[in-house]
Design a protein around this ligand. Sequence first.
Ligand SMILES: *[C@@H]1O[C@H](CO)[C@@H](O)[C@H](O)[C@H]1NC(C)=O
Ligand SMILES: *[C@@H]1O[C@H](CO)[C@@H](O)[C@H](O)[C@H]1NC(C)=O
Length: 280
Amino acid sequence: MFLSSRSLSAMLHLSSVITFLIFYILRAPLVAAGVPSNYPKSVRTVFQFDNGTWVENIAIRSNGNILVTLIDRPELFQIDPFHNTARLLTNLEEEADALSLLGIAELAPDVFVFVAGNFSISRGASDPASYSVWQIDFNRGGRCEKITGIERLPEASFLNGMTVLNHKEGLVLISDSVQGLVWRLNRWTGKYDAVLGDDTMRPAEGVPLVLGITGLTSLEDHLYYASALKGLFCRVLIDTSTGSALGPYEIIAVDVPGDDFTMSLDGAAFVTETGENSLE
Ligand SMILES: *[C@@H]1O[C@H](CO)[C@@H](O)[C@H](O)[C@H]1NC(C)=O
Ligand SMILES: *[C@@H]1O[C@H](CO)[C@@H](O)[C@H](O)[C@H]1NC(C)=O
């Protein structure tokens, strides 16, 4: 999730209505700045939530349905883009004692892991030690449960984006936007520890909102990540079985107020810029 320092209030207003979009052009050209002349024309609204809804993160099921987490309330929805409908799968307010759901990733076929915790939109702040990690298993009728082994991650301050590190080992990486680091979590044992950290991930200084690393995506042997308020898009070479850094933290692009993003297999990143209402 991302809040632009210079347009925090404008953004909160803008994001009060989130329109959910699907891009039909999969290989949109990379554009350095501004609106491209070949701006995709074939964008359509798949589903629109009520005013006040903040869609935070998405994952696509192999059947084409879209899972979305909401940050303004702890709800997971499934959107059917073929019929333009949405179905509430779960609300974790009671079970997780949480206000929000955040990062989500597919760890095994049709098994999705996601973050629950407290990010208060009105306060613009996260409650440390409020975070837990859940899974929903569509092979078992969409059964939703906390991952085994841990109740919460008391050391975490703001769990935000999530990506799979290693499917076989059941490992995910989760960004911590306040501490400016990346946690590694084992779905089977519940064991977790901080595995990556760098100045590029730490929150920007001199702005009221404490927000460093936001979205992250692993692709082949690199972890890519965005650091919204610093405007950085970066990567680091990692060991794909442990997540440890094997090379320097590299800045790939600057002036990218990026939040969550996805990547094509040939290495193009599609970065959402919430405060700007844009996709870069
Ligand atoms: C959404 O709600 C806010 C706050 O009530 C209001 O100011 C805004 O105009 C609404 N937006 C739309 C598109 O209805
Ligand atoms: C999360 O926020 C809710 C509502 O404000 C509160 O009841 C709950 O105690 C908070 N949880 C933590 C762990 O701070």
